[in-house]
Write a protein that binds this ligand. Sequence first.
Ligand SMILES: O=P(O)(O)OC[C@H]1O[C@H](OP(=O)(O)OP(=O)(O)O)[C@H](O)[C@@H]1O
Ligand SMILES: NC(=O)CC[C@H](N)C(=O)O
Ligand code: SF4
Ligand SMILES: [Mg+2]
Length: 479
Amino acid sequence: MIHEEKLGHYCGVAGVFSESLTNIPVKLFFPLFSLQHRGQESAGIAYRKEDKTVSYRDLGMVSQVLSKYLDGERMSHCGIGHVRYSTHGGNKLENAQPLLVSCNKGDIALAHNGNLTNTQPLKEELVSAGAIFQTTSDSELILHMISHSRKPTFQEALVESLQKIEGAYSLVLLHDDTMITVRDPWGFRPLYIGKKDGMTVVGSETCALDILQITDYREVEPGEIIITDQYGSRSSFLTPKKRNHCAFELIYFARPDSDVYNINVYHQRKKLGKELAIRDEEFFAQTGKEDTIVVPVPDSGNSAALGYAEQAGLPFELGMTRNHYTGRSFIMPTTAERELVVRMKLHPVRKTIAGKRIILVDDSLVRGTTAKILVKLMKEAGAREVHLRLSSPEIRWPCFFGIDIPTRQELISNTLTPDEIANFIDADSVTFLTIEDLQHSLDSPESYCFACFTGEYPIRVPLKQTERERTLRDTKEHQ
Ligand SMILES: O=P(O)(O)OC[C@H]1O[C@H](OP(=O)(O)OP(=O)(O)O)[C@H](O)[C@@H]1O
Ligand SMILES: NC(=O)CC[C@H](N)C(=O)O
Ligand code: SF4
Ligand SMILES: [Mg+2]
């Protein structure tokens, strides 16, 4: 059995509208390939073929699913694409996107990144009015709402539906020969739009536009709806809300070369590493810096480790290499097998590690599985001490806006304090970035969501009673 156990990446969306006929599936392949890190469960495209919309989607990676589109000429004006990691509804073919329907408003294809938070009452209403849902994903709801709307036009029906839904949605839709780009009014997920040679391209992160050498791009504004057709692009806006950009995009999810929320991800991660090092000044004042090196957990810890090393004035060493052929981490039934999986992926460089005091930098702790094994590997390689530094605050709450975080009980920071974690994973010390340091590193911290760290959700969420209950850690803190 192989099954992912970590923080789920979420989805990536892309769209292309070209004034002249072009090979749209090929144009979509490259942005989707660049967004592969956002979802590895399924991939798909939908595009306009003469006067109808067709779609092709399957379980698997972009290169497996879509490489057949690299051959042949499929000339068209527009298409959209998606890479998926499920947040709602499982990893099944029927949930793969783009979803495509033919309804009273025409052909509609939809690609969604995010997660809706008020699906249940809206779905119940539609089901009692006779709607037949084909998938278990939340995204399908939007299509039913558009189709059931009494508004006379597609665009009015879309706006009416968007006014009713809550939660995170960066969307690209294809309605007949028109491409529609939408970002929720809170701006939870990133979304960019750019233009080159009569072609408008949309993508979750700027890396999706860079691959097509598009330099003229901008962020889609929270609440913005952009209609793109042969007459150009026109924007309208939903009622503004307080911004709530996902802080985790900057910490872990987005690709380091990308910009999200107009911030370069690599630079932001370096800043987080610097904040961690500033917190450690007292620690070094007491313990000194002799034989101390900063080692990242590749690749997710690289940028923060570099920032840490620069700030602390310590050598940055790639004391661990990564085998890029293993893919993501998997659930294995026994500890020994889990250890083997980490050993297959990450390899200490013995000569660099032996006899050294290691500042090991990673982005986050979820269940603590990786860290426990890594400390063991470092000590086996001769590390004198291992001090684990995490460039995110402690994750203690589930996310309802597009990231698959395990339940509260499974999150290590809900049962153990940093010192107890150090004890559990056999590290010499463990510290996390504080929420204050994270906020300090951002230009407008009031525009961000930090709910998985604080439990303060920016909008109402369907939190189960069991999830609201105090965890062991809450209880300890209140004693
Ligand atoms: O505490 P744990 O439950 O072990 O999870 C934490 C780890 O999970 C993520 O990495 P992951 O191995 O999923 O993939 P990555 O290669 O994208 O960093 C994250 O970057 C941490 O390293
Ligand atoms: N991770 C995502 O953004 C997924 C989009 C949508 N909620 C789905 O589950 O298909
Ligand atoms: S809860 Fe966490 S992961 Fe979810 S949107 Fe907010 S910051 Fe991002
Ligand atoms: Mg990692």
